[in-house]
Ligand binder design. Structure first.
Ligand SMILES: [Fe+2]
Length: 389
């Protein structure tokens, strides 16, 4: 009988230790800084969840009670299927393991007594020998900055997985999604499915940097896309620093004039870009930007003053381009044209180089204080293009 009890205990222990699986999509990580990051995931059923954090210091997660981070609004914790938890108060350049724990809402009709299922760990378990799920915070004192860029996937899950799979989280500070990962945002559920499921393993281990493409602004649920990628400014334009590199992320909005019939009267991008321009004027004067040896601009549609340029391109060439050139941008990394394009500084009067990644390649970038090295790889892992400065 004792043996049966022991066997039962061991079995239950194993079951309880396993992830209980209420997660439908995610987690993914956005808005990483030197002291924090935001973990986001979608549950299958409404639940009350939290995140536990432990430094990757060789200790067991169970060594002590680990700090818990909740999603709260106005003093009250949030239940539902969309979860977004901010982790703060961390050290720069440090790996933090994280786990998600939660309980499913069984009955919340009574204002004085909610009923929940048992509390379970829903994410964070790893098999023996597998690296724990951890995120490394940014560090302005780091010697190098290493990142990858993928863009213009347009719902092609297979290509997305093939390009993202070789990325090694241990050697990558962040993964830039440089716009048009989806073709439209008619349903936010579809956006979530195609943006995170194909890169689930990478998104749980590498912070994402989202650059909005013109296509992510299309469709009924376009205004819900920001919730998937919260930023330090509350906008799709923001800046951050990693090691020797300072980054300006810009949002070019739509490519045609606001009154174009395709937008059904919904576009207000002229006002939005004007507001963004005012922010940019201040961002390029910030000491964390001006002190960086290397300055990079990430933007979906590059600032080409090309012949036959569409309205959005013309606006950016006229307004963003002179400001970025004056700020000493070392390279602009872009997307949109579904082709690899490299233009050196001076071409068509642009005061900085522009490198556009193709829709079928991944761009791997290494930045040190003395330069930038870019290599692009296709879905088979073959080196396609190289660029250096
Ligand atoms: Fe595009």
């Amino acid at each position: 009988m004792k043996k049966i009890i022991l066997l039962f205990s061991l079995l239950m222990g194993t079951l309880f230790a396993a992830d209980a699986g209420n997660i439908l999509y995610g987690p993914w990580v956005h808005n990483v800084s030197e002291t924090g990051f935001t973990v986001i995931w979608i549950g299958q059923e409404p639940s009350l969840d939290y995140v536990e954090i432990a430094p990757e210091d060789g200790t067991s997660f169970e060594t002590c009670s680990r700090p818990r981070y909740y999603e709260s609004r106005f003093g009250k914790r949030v239940t539902g299927t969309f979860h977004r938890v901010r982790i703060d108060g961390l050290q720069p350049g440090t790996n933090y393991r994280y786990r998600i724990v939660g309980k499913v809402v069984k009955d919340d009709q009574n204002a004085y007594r909610s009923v929940y299922g048992p509390e379970r760990r829903v994410f964070g378990n790893v098999k023996k020998g597998q690296r724990p799920y951890s995120i490394r915070t940014l560090d302005s004192r780091a010697d190098t900055c290493r990142f990858s860029i993928i863009n213009d996937i347009h719902f092609n899950d297979k290509r997305f997985t093939a390009l993202a799979s070789p990325i090694d989280p241990a050697k990558t500070d962040f993964l830039v999604l440089n716009g048009d990962i989806v073709s439209y945002a008619v349903s936010i559920d579809t956006v979530i499915k195609h943006s995170f499921a194909p890169i689930a393993e990478q998104a749980a281990r590498i912070p994402l940097i989202f650059v909005r493409g013109n296509h992510e602004g299309r469709g009924r649920d376009a205004n819900k896309v920001y919730d998937l990628y919260p930023t330090s400014t509350g906008e799709f334009y923001y800046s951050f620093r990693q090691g020797p590199a300072a980054f300006i992320v810009l949002d070019g909005g739509e490519d045609k004039p606001d009154d174009h019939c395709e937008y059904s009267g919904l576009a207000d991008y002229d006002n939005y870009r004007a507001q963004e321009l005012e922010w940019l004027k201040k961002a390029v004067k910030d000491p964390s930007f001006t002190s960086a040896p290397i300055k990079i601009c990430l933007i979906h549609v590059p600032t080409f003053p090309r012949k036959g340029a569409w309205y959005g391109e013309q606006w950016m060439a006229k307004n963003f381009m002179p400001l970025l050139a004056e700020a000493g941008i070392d390279v602009m990394l872009s997307a949109h044209y579904h082709d690899y394009i490299a233009r050196e500084a001076g071409v068509d009067g642009v005061g900085y180089p522009i490198v556009v990644n193709s829709n079928t390649e991944r761009m791997d970038v290494v930045v040190t204080a003395s330069g930038i090295e870019i290599n692009t790889y296709d879905q088979q892992g073959q080196l396609k293009h190289s660029w250096k400065k």
